[in-house]
Design a protein around this ligand. Sequence first.
Ligand code: UT7
Length: 325
Amino acid sequence: MGARIIGTGSYLPPKCLTNADLERMVDTSDQWIVRRTGIRSRYHLAEGQDPAIMGIEAGKNALNQAMVSPEQVDLLIVASNFPDMICPGSAPFIAAGLGLDHAPFFDLKAGCSGFVYGLAIADGLISSGLFHHLLLVGTEALSRVTDWSDRKTCVLFGDGAGAVLLEPAPPGEGVLSSALYGDHDKALLLHLPAGGTRRPASHKTVEAKEHYLKMEGAGVYRSAVPMMEQATREVLASASLRLVDVDWLIPHQANIRIIDSLIQHLDFSREQVIINLDRVANTSTASIPIALDEALRSGRIARGDLVVLTAFGAGATYGAVVLRA
Ligand code: UT7
């Protein structure tokens, strides 16, 4: 037995920030952002709105589509790097909003690969027989940890959430194989220096802007393509599948140049790739489940299609999952 997805959902907050809006905030241009990243707009939580709202809405959509009630869910996993609170995370707030009164829940932190890691873990937990209906949410409020005076990062990120509801599946359906990796030598390519236990919050850390995301963009860029290429090739090999068997690739939505280079290495065409970063930007752990939900709901990905999900992110983590939709 493995796990299959029986419902998907996503949520983007209503406030849309275009490149033209950013031109008024930092020294940048629509032309630079589009040429270097492919991003044209992103969505942001309104001030004062709780980030958990996004996971709750995405989770509700997944439950409704699967026609599964909150009482039937027996585990909630929330993949997020910037939870509502460092302790207790986001999972309890999302569980409360969804009315999951009897299900255990926990947060999973694995960089932008959090959803791919979560799906692999969910598949293992369902296969073991421990859980039947498992809700996996990827949610991120990156606008809350972005330095709005840093043009190198503020143009890249958006907020949003995606969710999938999983149940046991016969062999050959749903998740077919997973491949997860980590490269701890690259731990600081993308990080938030203060506010953890190594460097607790203080006036000094706030003044030094250490509660904002710091990124070594070029280093992340250089690692991303080989990581996702390796993960894609290995996940297919482990399922005795070939690149030509793949109907759809859903890569982490970080940068169109990274995606184009990846598909060139894998010999895929752009038509086989789900891309929404032009509209929603990089939403970290939420990027793959949002793209998956949109592609399934629009009918672009059909039930039974062979889909590879692949991501890289802070840590550095990377991985891939191959599934029958
Ligand atoms: O989920 C994972 C998260 N992160 C990523 O995936 C990021 C991966 N990295 C990237 O996508 C790219 O490295 C960036 C888009 C962040 C940057 O693109 P780049 O081609 O690597 O540019 P760069 O950092 O080498 O900067 C080139 C120039 C610099 O100016 P100088 O020093 O050559 O005068 C930057 O200051 O572009 C400048 N620049 C900008 N100019 C206008 C950097 N950001 C901007 C900006 N607008 N927003």
